[in-house]
Design a protein around this ligand. Sequence first.
Ligand SMILES: [Zn+2]
Length: 219
Amino acid sequence: MELNYSIQRSPARKTLSLKMAPDGTLEVLAPLDVSDEKINTLVQKKKFWVYKNKKELVEKKMAFEKEFVSGESFLYLGKKFRLDVTVCEYKGLAFKQNKFILNKTEQKSAKKLFDQWYKQKAKEKLIPRVDKFANQMGVTPQKTKILSMQKRWGSCTSDGNIILNYHLIKAPLYIIDYVIIHELAHLLEHNHSDKFWKIIQTQMGDYKKHKEWLGKLEI
Ligand SMILES: [Zn+2]
């Protein structure tokens, strides 16, 4: 079987490493002067690791596949809340008294309604937190955008925009804060240098724990 992967070269990198994105795509992080051939040899060598990780991801994804029926639970700010599908006065999807309530007549559009709800909440909750931390860190992002991203939780563009994945709203606040601080710190340091991690450390002493947590969140 052929292995597909993309290569990301950076002058800051000293060694080769493989990274699997949440959607199962493979990325090779490489220093500038390593040949495609050498990279291919590494990928072939690590074939077993790649397949094993891919298989785990697919299995995890299947387990997380939603049916949008009563009794299922959905994440919001790190907690799971029950869904009730019922004939009710609410249009579409509502979140009332710690429960999601979906109008039975709209069950077919449940996925879309949940996505819309998450996006809306992400805008409401994440943008003020970006402002708060930006203020605290003495940085000014050009713009904050909330988008759907398959492979990343957040990013900081070279022209100073902060982009956050709306699925982040499913994570606890301290995780959200970690991603925000991380991206804002890139306005000061564009790489992941020691200086960069020191900035994070100043803002959030226990950031390492949070970094790990993100790998486990299914988006
Ligand atoms: Zn980063």
